[in-house]
Structures are given as structure tokens and as C-alpha cells.
Design a protein around this ligand. Structure first.
Ligand SMILES: Cc1cc2nc3c(=O)[nH]c(=O)nc-3n(C[C@H](O)[C@H](O)[C@H](O)COP(=O)(O)OP(=O)(O)OC[C@H]3O[C@@H](n4cnc5c(N)ncnc54)[C@H](O)[C@@H]3O)c2cc1C
Length: 814
């Protein structure tokens, strides 16, 4: 029997080796158009980042060693250019241009996928690369060796893009990631991805989400990357990681059936529409085991597994069926791991499949054993039967084993009840007696049997305050550090005695930090005849990470770590506090106690594993008069250095020459004045400064949503609504408005002169991280509801503005 295999890496090499094991006497020819076979393409980003130092380690086999071991005729630099099914032959072209034919009994296609390179102006310029194979890797390596790489840009935030971002950061580059979607890592839901966004910012990576690249320009000093919104950035190297598409040219030319998703169609035995021709790997489409719909899945594990199955079918006849892959993937993103399997909520929504989800936050192992690190899991399931649809996890440790466990259950049609039955290994350094996966199962069980009705972070964000009461059952300390707008605080332990404070005619959305206290509060409320009570899935932790705008990357991310046990860089006495493993507000409470015990001018270096800790500590310092000196992060720990200040120092703090922020009080809603405010704000933000715009009185009209929102208003609110401009497009000029003619002329002239409209400038400001604060008092007076304002707006009072103004050196009233 003569077997020919096209493609010598994951699927192809696996199949060749397996065919030999199945038939010692078969003739096997492995054809590979590149120079290398059986190499570790998954390791390429790490070789570029100098994590893998020895290039030879990338090669699992050389053509010679593979040939010797498996008695396979390996022909590298031999490209198959045509398949002729009728004569069961193929045409091959060598790198020297010689063409010849070979006949086969059985043929296997494992040609992989090719990178998408869209027709963007300047995309072929020097300094712009794709990464798919060893040749690409060598080109990138050589460019890096010969060019000083200070800034790098990665276009596309899939897992290879993120791995490249980390590795370019590792070689010392300031990295930007540009992604057209609103999140990184498309297989996971936004609430999980938002934790990755936060971590990337902490590591100094600049994220440009919702941004499309429209052109590249090669400059003397690097590549200019131009976005659709007119913004641009510069980089010394650009990596395109926009995606791949199945390599189907040979199959198309040979009239093999191509499927709905444009992959090579195969049956359950991995045979194509042509007898004796099989296909595996990135090039094929196959029905998804849950949806039954064909899909493409570019992962190494399925390619290897298919290679093994197909080999048996080629040798012994079509006996083994392939069950399909559900898409189980994982990536290391700096210190954290993101993993997913099966279908996320957004995919289920798109496909119209009824589902429920649950988000839980736990510790990677027992909290009392050192270095327990936070892990978050989201599972999706059938709300009636409990059938598991998917799982996603993000955290510092133990994500892989848990995602793998759920993947196996999903592939065996498991349910959330099976999560409870997993008998897992346990000792304090590894897990808890109740593993995070079991906790996810218990919570899902409570949701399904109606014990704990849940709402999601989006429901809370969109809640109508006239109908819904938000009840925060955390401690007053936690509440002080940040809560959901309009939420009232009744700590869980006081709830039974304060039930009288709760309205009986409203739905209650109850929440705590991660969901457990919220569940207990829900039980108390239900027992006391409050019918419409829901617990926020994943608690405030999920909500706040999903709605918090992406922060400017931490400027110290490339600096040396500050963790010196007893003295810091300025040689000051420093007390080291370990608050690792404690959930909010534990670290802050520990910090407060420690600060109380030291003298003014002394310092504390506190380490926490709570991802929100450094932000909380900064806010805490601002309000307590202590001085936030520095922060860094390493291996899941957030270290913050704080100097004890005088109790009044926060109130006497004045603008210093080192203050750099800018604040704008936007009081007027005259079109020209609002335009001027946004021009200045965008200009300041572009220089990397922190910019806050505080919208008060008439200025609120500049940040209203264009679509009318259904909100309940009293008579005065309704009157104001009628009299005020409905949204920014209705603003008038301060002079020469001429019944609206003037503002229309202004917009027309701006458009013809290529000047961005007010709305475009506003979007740019949001994208640049300009903070929008709406004045609570003005909103109350003018009957403006938060639902009417843009989603990115936060609500604050004069204290919030003063806090920003204190750390700014320009404060303008427009
Ligand atoms: C940088 C990078 C990192 C990755 N990291 C991961 C990871 O961490 N985890 C994971 O699961 N997956 C990862 N993948 C994806 C994984 O490598 C692929 O899913 C897997 O290799 C697909 O196997 P395949 O056999 O279909 O194709 P490939 O392994 O890509 O092999 C296809 C081969 O066919 C050859 N070929 C194509 N056409 C012809 C022709 N006409 N004649 C002769 N030869 C031909 C090509 O030159 C190529 O060498 C990564 C991929 C890349 C590029």
C-alpha cells in the first residue's frame, strides 16, 4: 500500500508515524513544502522572546531522524501543486523548480491554515511580519537582532497575538495591541476577558480595542500604524496576528467538497468527498459536538488526534469515527492563564441556544496555605437539564487542570451535577476540599433548582432604578472603596435587623464581593417574604472588572521590582506586610492596621493577590492622606509601597509642578464650547496625561445617548427633557446659531475640511481613556437619569472632581 501525506507538521507527521506503526511494510511518502517537519510551531513565540533559547529545541524531529526512525520517505521543499483524483496521482514541484508526478493508493491532506493578510495600504512594508512557521520566525528574529526595538505593535488579540505581545515585552519593547473587537481572546466572554485587559494594562501593554487599522506607512524611524478613527501610533516592529484561514487551494482545484465554513469537508472517518483522499487539521471543517454545526478549529491537539485516527482508517479501512472537537484552548498572558472549552455565552446567544451561566471566584488552593491566588470560572449550561456547554477560566494557577476536567465532561455529555462528583486530589498546596470546579457546580445547581435566581453584570448595569433596588451586603469598608451606583449598603450580618429599610414594591438585586454573601442575603430576604430577589452572578468583582474602562498602562511596568524586604530604593525604613490570599477588603483592612502602627514618613510594602488591590490602595491613600509611592506586579502578587502621611495632607495637597493631569468642567452645552473642550481634552490625553471631564448643568447634554431611553421622570424632569437638547447632535452655537442654521453650517464645514465631528471627538476621548464624570447634583436638579448618559460615564460629586483637580496642573471651566 502506498500512502502519500501532504504537510509534514502536526497532523501530517503524526499520521505518518502512526501508519508506520500500523503497517511495517507500507510505502509512506511525506511531502512538505517548507524546510522543516514536525516542529513546535506552538513554541515559536517563546523562541522570539528568548524564553526558549536554543533554536534546535523547536525541532521535535529532523527530516533525517524522522526518516530513520519511521522508515518514511521524507521530502522537504517538495510542494504538491495538483491532485488528480481520477488517476490517483499528484504533481509535485521541488524548490529547484522540477516538477514530477507520484501515484498513491491513499492520500492525506494536512496542509494547515494560512495567515490572513488583508489588503491594507502599506501592509507589505519592511518591519511588518506574520508568524506561522520557522521561516517567519527566523525573519522576525533577524529583524529584532538588527533593529533597536523600543516599541512593538501586535495587530489582533487572539492567543497567538497575546503570546507575541508578552514575548515582545520580554525582550524589552513597549507593546501596543490593536484589536477591532471590544475584547481580547474571542473564545471567552467579555467578563473573563476584562480581567485580561486589566492585567495587560498592569504589565504596561497599551490596548487599543474597537480599533481597525486602515494603513501602514514606513518611516525612517519605524512603522506608522493608522487607525480608522484617524489616530495613529508608531512601532519599530509590527506583528500581524489577524487570523488564519484553511489552506484549501489544492482541494478546491481537485473538486473536493468545500464546506459551509470554507474548510475541506470530511465525513466522520475524516475522508473527503473523494474516496481514498483524507484530510485533517486546520484545513478541515467538522460538526461541533454540541451544536452539530460545522466549524473550524485551529488547534494542535485535534490535529494530532485526527492524524492518529486517520492513519488507522487509511490502513485498516474506515473503522474509527472522529467525535469532533469542542475547542479547548489555553494561553499564558504574562502572569495569568486564560483557558476555555466548549461554548461561551456569546456564542450560545449568537446560535440561539437557550443557556444559563454562572461565574464564581475562588482561590487556587486553600486560603490558609501561602500563595493562594485568585481564579475565576464561568460555566455555561442548559438551564433545564444541566448539560454543560462550556467553561472559561482566568487566574494565576490551576486553570489548566480545571478546564481540562470540564472539557472531558462536556465531551462525554456531562452535566453540572457531574462537576460535584469529580473526585479530585486535595492537599492545601494544591486545592481546597471543595475545588473551584465543584463550587461552580454547586452554584449552577442552585441556579437550576431555583434556590438562587441570578442576574448578570449587564442586567445590573441596565437596571431601572425606579423598579430595582441595588443592595450591597458587603461591609461598610468594602462599600466605601467602591460600589455600584445607587446601591445601598446593609452588611449581611445586620440584614435581619434592618429589613424594614427595604422597599417591598421593588425588585432587589443583591450583591457582595463574589456571590456567597449575596446568596446568604437572598435566602434571608426570601424567607422574609421578599419575592423578587436576585443575586449578582460573580458579585462586585465580576461587575467592576467588566465595567471599569481600560486604564492607561502602568508606567512602572518595566521598572525594577520594588520588593525589598526592609528598605526601599530611597533607603527608608519599610515594613513588609503579606496580605496574599485575602479577598477584598482584607488587604485594605490589614493595610490600615499596619499604617496606624507606624510613624509619619515611615513606609509599608504590602503584597496582595487581589487583582483590584493596587487600585483600591491608591484610592485609599487619596482619601486618607497617606502617600502612594509605587506599585508593581509579579507572578500574581501586587506589591504596593505606601508612606504614612499626615492625616490632613490630602486636604492641603495643592497642585505641584510634578502634577500633570488636566481637568475640564464642561458647564456649557454650546456646540462651539463643547467642541473646544473635546479638542483640548483629546490633545492632552494624546500626550499620555490623565484627563478628566466633569459634565455639570447644561454640559450634561453633550454626553447624552442619541437613542431615547425609557426612564421614569417626575413632572419637572419631563419638562426639562422637553426643553433641553435631546443629545449632542442638537447642540446650538453660542453665536450666530440662526435657528439651527449656524450649527448645521459649522458641522458641514468641519466635515468638508476633514475635521472630526463632536461625536467622533467624544469617541476618541473615550478610547484614549479620558474619564467622563457626570455631576450627580446637576442630574438630580435637571431630572437627567444615568440611563440617558453614555455607558462610559461615571457619576460623581464635587469630592470626586476635587480629587482629580488636586492631582492636575490645569483645571479649566468651559
Ligand atoms: C505561532 C503559533 C503558535 C501556536 N500555538 C498553539 C498552541 O499553543 N496551542 C494549540 O493548540 N495550537 C497552537 N497553534 C496552532 C497549531 O500549531 C495548529 O493548529 C496545528 O499545527 C495544525 O496542524 P496541521 O497539520 O493542520 O497544520 P500545520 O501544523 O500548520 O502543518 C501544515 C504543513 O503543511 C505544509 N503544506 C501546506 N501546503 C502544502 C503543499 N501544497 N505541499 C506540501 N506541503 C504543504 C505547510 O508548509 C505546513 O508545514 C499555534 C500555531 C502557530 C502558528
Amino acid at each position: 500500500m502506498k500512502h502519500i501525506i501532504i504537510g509534514g507538521v502536526a497532523g501530517g507527521a503524526t499520521a505518518a508515524a502512526r501508519i508506520r506503526r500500523a503497517d511495517e511494510f507500507a510505502e509512506i511518502i511525506l511531502l512538505e513544502k517548507g524546510k522543516h517537519i514536525s516542529y513546535a510551531n506552538c513554541g515559536l513565540p517563546y523562541y522570539i522572546g528568548d524564553v526558549i533559547n536554543d533554536r534546535d529545541n523547536l525541532f521535535v524531529q529532523t527530516p533525517e531522524s524522522f526518516s530513520n526512525r519511521f522508515n518514511v520517505d521524507v521530502r522537504v521543499e517538495h510542494e504538491v501543486i495538483k491532485i488528480s483524483p481520477e488517476s490517483k496521482s499528484i504533481t509535485i514541484r521541488t524548490s529547484d523548480g522540477i516538477e514530477y508526478a507520484e501515484e498513491y493508493d491513499k492520500l492525506l491532506l494536512s496542509p494547515g491554515a494560512s495567515p490572513v493578510i488583508p489588503p491594507i495600504k502599506g501592509i507589505t512594508e519592511d518591519g511588518i511580519f506574520v508568524l506561522r512557521n520557522v521561516v517567519d520566525t527566523d525573519k522576525i528574529k533577524s529583524y529584532i537582532r538588527n533593529t533597536e526595538i523600543k516599541k512593538a505593535a501586535v495587530i489582533g488579540a487572539g492567543f497567538i497575538g497575546l503570546e507575541m505581545a508578552e514575548n515582545l515585552h520580554h525582550i524589552g519593547a513597549q507593546v501596543s495591541i490593536i484589536e477591532m473587537e471590544s475584547q481580547v481572546m474571542s473564545p471567552v466572554d467579555f467578563s473573563i476577558a476584562s480581567q485580561v485587559h486589566e492585567h495587560l494594562s498592569q504589565k504596561g501593554v497599551k490596548l487599543y480595542l474597537n480599533n481597525t487599522v486602515v494603513a501602514f506607512e514606513r518611516k525612517q524611524e519605524g512603522v506608522k500604524i493608522i487607525f480608522k478613527n484617524g489616530q495613529h501610533i508608531e512601532a519599530d516592529i509590527v506583528i500581524l496576528s489577524i487570523g488564519v484561514r484553511p489552506e484549501t487551494k489544492l482541494a478546491v482545484d481537485a473538486n473536493l467538497k468545500i464546506g459551509e465554513t470554507r474548510g475541506i469537508w470530511v465525513d466522520e472517518h475524516l475522508q473527503t468527498s473523494e474516496k481514498d483522499i483524507y484530510a485533517v487539521g486546520d484545513a478541515i471543517e467538522y460538526p461541533h459536538p454540541i451544536t452539530g454545526k460545522p466549524w473550524l478549529n485551529y488547534l494542535a491537539n485535534p490535529a494530532n488526534r485526527q492524524g492518529r485516527i486517520v492513519a488507522d482508517n487509511m490502513v485498516f479501512g474506515n473503522k474509527i469515527k472522529y467525535e469532533g472537537a469542542i475547542g479547548t484552548s489555553i494561553a499564558k498572558v504574562f502572569d495569568i492563564t486564560v483557558g476555555s472549552t466548549g461554548l461561551a455565552s456569546k456564542r450560545l446567544r449568537q446560535m440561539g441556544i437557550e443557556y444559563e451561566s454562572s461565574t464564581t471566584h475562588s482561590g487556587s488552593h486553600a486560603g490558609y496555605y501561602p500563595n493562594s491566588l485568585p481564579v475565576s470560572f464561568k460555566i455555561t449550561f442548559n438551564p433545564k437539564t444541566g448539560q454543560l456547554f462550556g467553561a472559561q477560566g482566568v487566574g494565576f494557577d490551576g486553570i489548566d487542570k480545571r478546564i481540562d476536567q470540564v472539557a472531558l465532561l462536556i465531551k462525554n455529555n456531562g452535566t453540572i451535577y457531574d462537576l460535584l462528583k469529580i473526585e479530585h486530589t486535595y492537599a492545601p498546596p494544591f486545592s481546597s476540599a471543595k475545588d473551584p470546579i465543584a463550587i461552580a457546580g454547586y452554584v449552577a445547581q442552585n441556579i437550576i433548582n431555583g434556590t438562587m435566581p441570578v442576574i448578570k453584570w449587564r442586567d445590573v448595569r441596565d437596571a431601572d432604578s425606579d423598579k430595582v433596588l441595588l443592595l450591597d451586603v458587603r461591609t461598610p469598608d468594602e462599600y466605601e472603596l467602591g460600589t455600584i451606583l445607587n446601591a445601598i449598603n446593609i452588611p449581611l450580618d445586620e440584614l435581619r435587623n434592618r429589613l424594614g429599610e427595604l422597599p417591598t414594591n421593588k425588585t432587589i438585586y443583591v450583591f457582595c464581593a463574589v456571590g456567597l454573601r449575596g446568596y446568604l442575603a437572598l435566602k434571608i430576604l426570601k424567607a422574609n417574604k421578599f419575592d423578587k430577589v436576585y443575586n449578582l452572578s460573580g458579585g462586585y468583582k465580576t461587575y467592576s472588572s467588566a465595567i471599569t474602562p481600560i486604564k492607561e498602562p502602568s508606567p512602572i511596568a518595566h521598572d525594577k521590582h520594588i520588593t525589598h524586604p526592609y528598605r526601599d530604593a530611597e533607603n527608608k525604613e519599610t515594613l513588609h506586610i503579606d496580605a496574599c490570599g485575602l479577598q477584598c477588603p482584607g488587604p485594605i483592612i490589614k493595610l490600615k492596621k499596619a499604617i496606624d502602627d507606624i510613624a509619619e514618613g515611615e513606609r509599608i510594602l504590602i503584597s496582595s493577590t487581589d487583582a483590584g488591590f493596587s487600585r483600591d490602595a491608591e484610592a485609599w491613600c487619596n482619601t486618607t492622606g497617606n502617600i502612594f509611592i509605587n506599585k508593581d506586579t509579579e507572578q500574581g502578587k501586587y506589591n504596593v509601597l505606601i508612606e504614612k502621611g499626615s492625616a490632613t495632607s490630602n486636604t492641603t495637597d495643592v497642585c505641584t509642578s510634578t502634577s500633570k493631569g488636566k481637568t475640564f468642567i464642561v458647564f456649557s452645552d454650546d456646540l462651539d464650547k463643547v467642541l473646544a473642550s473635546f479638542v483640548l481634552a483629546n490633545g492632552a490625553a494624546a500626550t499620555g496625561e490623565k484627563v478628566t471631564m466633569f459634565f455639570t448643568f447644561w454640559g450634561l447634554n453633550a454626553i447624552k445617548k442619541e437613542k431615547k431611553q425609557k426612564v421614569k421622570k417626575d413632572i419637572f424632569g419631563k419638562m426639562f427633557s422637553m426643553m433641553l437638547p435631546k443629545h449632542s447632535k442638537k447642540l446650538k452655537l453660542s453665536k450666530m446659531n440662526m435657528g439651527g442654521m449656524g450649527s448645521k453650517m459649522m458641522r458641514f464645514i468641519m466635515n468638508t475640511n476633514g475635521v472630526d465631528s463632536l461625536e467622533q471627538m467624544r469617541t476618541q476621548a473615550i478610547e484614549q481613556g479620558v474619564e467622563f464624570i457626570a455631576c450627580q447634583m446637576s442630574m438630580d436638579v435637571m431630572g437627567v437619569k444615568k440611563e440617558e448618559l453614555l455607558d462610559n460615564v461615571t457619576i460623581g460629586g464635587v469630592a470626586t472632581y476635587m480629587d482629580r483637580a488636586n492631582s492636575a496642573n490645569v483645571n479649566l471651566f468651559v
